[in-house]
Design a protein around this ligand. Structure first.
Ligand code: NAD
Ligand code: ZN
Ligand code: ZN
Length: 442
């Protein structure tokens, strides 16, 4: 198989490598269908993460299909479509027991770090029952890739650790994929004002499209003075650092209001100066941490219900074997106006498997209109698990489904749901339908 391998500082290669094999009964081998590149991979390539040794396959994000299962795996079987968490967890060590999965004694962030990662055709996932999530049928796979790392990171370490509340004024420093994930997930809590701070005008413009109410361009404006002006000298309720340099942590210390929170998400390579002499008297909380991914199940639900669409963070798409070009683009994100890149292993589109075709049945109604962008289940489609799809649907925006009043049940097999060029934005699905048959009247 092919894999993107770290060959020492500044060096990487897309090379032929042994396909991983089951090493422990709790392992699963996943055939990757989509992966991405993280800012952390760029840090590794600079030589900033010495635990990564030459020969290591990079990558800790992605989705795929189970190719092989260890004898002790209970939740997954061959052919299952799965989301890979960037954090591996055994589920039974003392830290896993208190949901501190990042500090699992036999896991944590190991993918593309201490063991071979996801930028390959196949990856071995230890403790698969706890480290993989089944992909809901019809889910947007590109959007799901954002749930491996950046979305839980933004939510857990930025929004939840910063205690964002309804009506709050919050500032996010750093409009990269992680800062954007903070922006998207903070809106679950309805902050009154979201100020995005970055030096890149293109990213700030995108932030406005994603819900930022104000932007501050570092370099052109003084972020501290501007925040004080916006907040009538009160400062912000929550200041979220999503860069990882002393200068941006310092901005947080200067803009946080009395009783406020600083949530540090950025990974720092250098010490920062903590102004405890100014902060103590202001009743400030400071939080920081490594993502635990315990919000992944909740994020999966919000994605399915259309409450959040992280697929819009994807700006560039490549085939998996074009990964060297993808690194070039992602490594020059400002020049290329890149946010997240998707690398997809293109698999030949297949007709519905025979078992799926035989699973087609007519159903007469939808139970209720689905939430925007979601699916719905007709009561008649429950066994086998199925979704209701309008007749003659070829490629349909999910949001249009609810406006139909009748359809057919399609048994859910990940392999029979294809995405076509038309469905690229993640708001539609493509289903290969056999000739429609007449429906009974509703
Ligand atoms: N805590 C965790 O568990 C965790 C998980 C994943 C990533 N991270 C960290 O989150 C941080 C952000 O990740 P990312 O992938 O979005 O990074 P990124 O490099 O893509 O984005 C950082 C953004 O910050 C902006 N920026 C840089 N210097 C700035 C300054 N002085 N003032 C204002 N803006 C500035 C850049 O223009 C860029 O848009 C990184 O440090 C990453 O390592 C932390
Ligand atoms: Zn990452
Ligand atoms: Zn554990």
């Amino acid at each position: 198989m092919k894999a993107l391998v770290y060959q020492g500082p500044g060096q990487k290669d897309w090379i032929e490598k042994e396909r991983p094999v089951i090493a422990k009964p709790t392992d699963v081998i996943v055939r990757m269908t989509k992966t991405t590149i993280c800012g952390t991979d760029l840090h590794i390539l600079k030589g900033d993460v010495p635990a990564v040794t030459p020969g290591r396959t990079l990558g800790h994000e992605g989705v795929g299909v189970v190719a092989e299962v260890g004898s002790a795996v209970r939740n997954f079987k061959e052919g299952d479509a799965v989301l890979i968490s960037c954090v591996t967890s055994c589920g039974s060590c003392p830290n896993c027991k208190r949901q501190l999965y990042a500090h699992c004694s036999d896991g944590g962030w190991i993918l593309g770090h201490k063991i071979d990662g996801t930028q390959a055709e196949y990856v071995r996932i230890p403790h698969a029952d706890n480290s993989l999530y089944p992909i809901p049928a019809g889910a947007d796979e590109e959007a799901l890739v954002m749930l491996s790392d950046i979305m839980p990171t933004g939510l857990e370490i930025g929004v939840q650790a910063g205690h964002v509340k309804p009506g709050d004024t919050i500032a996010i420093i750093g409009a990269g994929p992680v800062g954007m994930s903070v922006l998207l997930t903070s809106q679950f809590y309805s902050p009154g004002r979201i100020v995005m701070i970055d030096m890149d005008p293109a990213r700030l413009e995108l932030a406005v499209q994603f819900g930022a109410t104000d932007t501050i361009q570092v370099g052109a404006e003084d972020p501290v003075a501007r925040i004080m002006e916006l907040t009538e000298n009160l400062g912000v309720d929550v200041a979220i650092e999503a860069v990882g340099v002393p200068a941006t942590f310092d901005i947080c210390q200067k803009i946080v209001s009395a009783g406020g929170n600083i949530a540090n998400v950025g990974v720092h390579g250098k010490p920062v100066e903590l102004h405890i002499e100014e902060l103590w008297i202001k009743n400030i909380n400071i939080a920081m941490g490594l993502v635990c991914t315990n919000t992944t199940p909740m994020l999966l639900k919000t994605l399915q219900s259309g409450k959040v669409d992280p697929g819009k963070l994807v700006t560039h798409r490549f085939k998996l074997d074009e990964i060297m070009d993808a690194y070039e683009v992602f490594g020059n994100a400002a020049r290329e106006k890149a946010m997240k890149v998707i690398l997809a292993k293109i698999v030949q589109a297949r007709r519905l498997p025979a078992q799926a075709e035989s699973g087609l049945r007519s159903c007469t109604h939808y139970e209720k209109p689905p939430p925007k962008g979601g699916f719905l289940l007709s009561a008649e489609c429950i066994t086998p698990p199925a979704i209701c799809i309008p007749l003659n649907a070829k490629c349909l925006p999910l949001s249009a489904l609810w406006s139909m009043s009748s359809g057919i049940c399609i048994a859910l097999f990940a392999s029979c749901i294809l995405r076509s060029g038309k469905c690229r934005k993640g708001n539609g699905i493509c289903i290969t339908l056999p000739a429609p048959r007449p429906l009974e009247a509703a």
